[in-house]
Design a protein around this ligand. Structure first.
Ligand code: SIN
Length: 305
């Protein structure tokens, strides 16, 4: 609460001091950004996607700038879940912010192991990554059908002692079917959207710009798609929805809250402006003051049709 404004929200039993989180993959483990601002100003941090073993990721080039966005084919580069638990959680726990561990696996068994390991770690929630488009096994290959979602979520739920947030891919025909499959299988919350599968070509060399040929598109270019999907999903599930996709400021965030998101994640904007996360928090607060709203929860689903 500041100036009689309540910014706090709750996602699956996890209280966030404000509805702005750092999106996985854009914030590492927070160390670099902690030199720019106090991480305690954030509602939460979803850390870089973790796997059982360390991964080097895909070969470069793996980032391509596009109009109003970027394509990435990072391929889940990370130091592995055990390194994260030993070295990064103690760092993040110095800050008063929720820690969300984004978890991936090549097989359903690996997802089960990840959830079992992370359930005993000092984190607040697990974000199950069923949506990375840049790896051959696991992730989007499981998350792009309702059957795949049901298979993974039902099985990992048995091991989950922390709230389970399922992160959805937009690369599907019917996002509502996928979201309901996750909810029915035991997801405590949903986060969406991950990146849209895309491609960039260099006309001079006649070659794809990314070594991996395709990558995931993020940034302002995808915001209308993300807003549409968040709106459709929020209308059709009872669990909380965390919205993301092209959010760069408070106004963007308010739009997602109005569409039905209970919280938002900011990602790509921070690669251009390292203060995008805290500016988004301030922007929501300013909007609330200007519109005489004292509790941010009043904005959730407040779209007027
Ligand atoms: C990547 O590491 O390739 C991106 C992660 C994701 O899209 O979930």
């Amino acid at each position: 609460m500041s100036n009689n404004i309540n910014m706090s929200v709750e996602i699956a039993g996890v209280r966030l001091k404000n509805p702005v989180l750092a999106a996985s993959g854009t914030f590492g483990f927070g160390r670099e950004y902690s030199e720019y601002f106090d991480l305690s100003l954030l509602g939460g941090i979803s850390v870089k996607g973790l796997t059982l073993k360390p991964r080097k990721g895909n070969p470069p080039p793996r980032i391509a700038e596009t109009p109003s966005g970027i394509l990435n084919s990072v391929g889940l580069q990370n130091p592995g879940v055990h390194y994260f638990i030993e070295n990064e959680i103690p760092f993040l726990r110095k800050y008063d912010t929720a820690i969300i561990a984004n978890a991936s696996g090549n097989t359903v068994e690996e997802y089960e192991q990840m959830v079992e390991i992370l359930s005993d770690a000092d984190i607040d929630a697990i974000e199950l990554n069923l949506s990375c488009p840049n790896v051959k096994e696991g992730c989007m290959s499981f998350g792009s059908t309702a059957e795949g979602i049901v298979n993974v979520v039902k099985r990992v739920k048995k091991y989950a002692k922390k709230p389970l947030i399922v992160k959805l891919t937009p690369n599907v025909t019917d996002i509502v079917e996928i979201a309901k499959a996750a909810e029915d299988s035991g997801a405590d919350a949903l986060s969406l959207i991950n990146t849209l599968l895309g491609m960039a070509i260099d006309a001079k060399t006649r070659k794809p710009i990314l070594k991996n040929i395709t990558g995931g598109l993020s940034g302002p270019a995808i915001k209308p798609v993300a807003l549409r999907m968040v709106y459709q999903v929020a209308q059709n599930v009872k669990i909380p929805v965390i919205g993301m996709g092209g959010i760069s400021n408070g106004t963007d965030a308010v739009e997602f809250l109005l569409a039905g998101a209970s919280a938002v994640m900011v990602g790509t904007a921070g690669l251009v402006n390292p203060y995008a996360w805290i500016e988004t928090v301030k922007g929501i607060e300013e909007y609330m003051k200007e519109t005489n709203i004292s509790d941010v929860k009043e904005l959730i689903g407040g779209l007027i049709i």
